[in-house]
Design a protein around this ligand. Structure first.
Ligand SMILES: NC(=O)c1ccc[n+]([C@@H]2O[C@H](COP(=O)([O-])OP(=O)(O)OC[C@H]3O[C@@H](n4cnc5c(N)ncnc54)[C@H](OP(=O)(O)O)[C@@H]3O)[C@@H](O)[C@H]2O)c1
Length: 269
């Protein structure tokens, strides 16, 4: 894949992984549409991307958890960024909290942001993607290792990322007789603001590794170049995800032993 010919929309570009992706793609001279909610952060990132070598950089701020916000982004793509050939669904939120303490409003916000928003955005942009002349269209969905591994304290988040994993898999198979490629990347814990203090404390207590957003961005570029359908980042996560598919009771035994180190951090007082 030659990124200097690509016109790429990154949702959640104002965040940790999104901004690292934007910088990495800017260095490869891609044309970028940077989306997020925080316009100031997006404007500063756009300046940085231009200096790094991006061919063209546009920004769009919109709340993807609302119909109106999604319409703003869709309209921007259609009216100002007409040559979209790569959609990176990266925007997302997380919640590390025992299930009975999550409010219905928090659950709805998470499911809307992590499932409805990327699926409905993809639906709205699939025709422009398929009709774009030139580069073969690509959709890259950013999931999580927790999309294939139920983890205590992350029930709603795991559900949302599992939905996106299967959405990506089904869509990739549905479009396999077209030039459209659908890919899915599952990072493990990554050092960004999405992780609360209690999450970071739990990661430390359980001895879990975490990656820099820059590493995740480099792996995402590698995945895009490879054309491979799915990738999970990190050991032992790659192994745990596979084992969980084959022998979930083994992973349950491991997590049950660690529950005493996980649950106290997931209880907010
Ligand atoms: N960090 C990790 O440990 C980790 C691990 C696995 C997977 N992931 C996934 O990686 C993706 C990026 O996460 P991150 O770590 O970079 O988190 P982050 O730094 O918190 O960034 C999240 C991004 O999503 C945007 N966003 C959130 N809600 C939105 C909404 N309603 N409308 C529009 N934009 C919204 C944020 O926009 P504003 O900041 O402008 O509001 C921000 O740009 C997410 O899908 C996440 O689930 C992260």
């Amino acid at each position: 894949m030659q990124f200097d010919r690509r016109h790429i929309l990154i949702t959640g570009a104002s965040g940790g992984i999104g901004s690292a992706l934007a910088r990495a793609l800017a260095t490869e001279k891609a044309s970028l549409l940077l989306h997020g909610r925080n316009r100031n952060t997006l404007t500063a990132l756009a300046d940085e991307c231009r200096q790094l070598g991006a061919r063209e950089v546009q920004v769009c701020s919109a709340d993807l958890a609302t119909t109106e916000g999604r319409a703003v982004l869709i309209d921007h793509v259609q009216s100002s960024f007409s040559k979209l050939d790569t959609l990176i669904n990266n925007a997302g939120i997380s919640r590390f909290q025992v299930f009975e303490q999550q409010t219905p409003e928090q659950i709805e916000q998470l499911l809307t942001t992590n499932i409805n928003a990327p699926i409905l955005l993809t639906r709205a942009l699939i025709s422009p993607l398929l009709e774009t002349a030139g580069e073969s269209p690509v959709i890259l969905n950013i999931g999580s290792a927790f999309g294939a591994l139920g983890f205590p304290g992350y029930s709603t988040y795991c559900a949302s990322k599992a939905a996106i994993r299967l959405f990506s898999e089904a869509l990739a198979r549905e479009f396999s007789d077209t030039p459209l490629r659908v890919q899915y990347l599952a990072p493990r814990a990554t050092r960004t603001d999405i992780n609360s203090d209690s999450t970071n404390a739990m990661l430390a207590a359980t001895g879990s590794a975490s990656d820099s957003p820059e590493l995740v961005a480099q792996i995402a570029l590698k995945l895009l170049r490879s054309g491979q359908a799915q990738m999970t980042i990190g050991w032992p996560e790659k192994l745990l995800v596979r084992l969980n598919g084959l022998r979930p009771e083994m992973i349950s035994a491991v997590l049950n032993r660690q529950l005493g180190k996980i649950k106290p951090f997931a209880k907010h007082h």
